[in-house]
Design a binder for this molecule. Structure first.
Ligand SMILES: [Zn+2]
Length: 77
């Protein structure tokens, strides 16, 4: 039996996702800044995709590079 509940109306959420790093005017990502890097990782240590974090292209690239560097130095997972 299909439950067709029409109460759930889908509303369009038009909210621009702004890059948090741009908002905070962080232009250089330090790979030693573990707290910052962890915010953009999953619990397993994976880098969160841009569609989730809302980062801009430039910051996502810098972030990925910083995370990878931090991984080599074993600061983070
Ligand atoms: Zn940005």
């Amino acid at each position: 039996m299909k439950n067709t509940n029409m109460k759930h109306r889908r509303r369009k959420v038009v909210r621009k996702k702004q890059c948090r790093l741009c908002e905070n005017k962080i232009y250089e990502i330090d790979f030693k800044d573990i707290d910052l890097l962890k915010r953009f990782q999953t619990e397993g240590g994976k880098i969160l995709p841009r569609r989730i974090t809302g980062n801009c292209f430039v910051h996502q690239k810098k972030l990925a590079a910083a995370i990878k560097r931090a991984r080599i130095l074993a600061f983070i997972l």
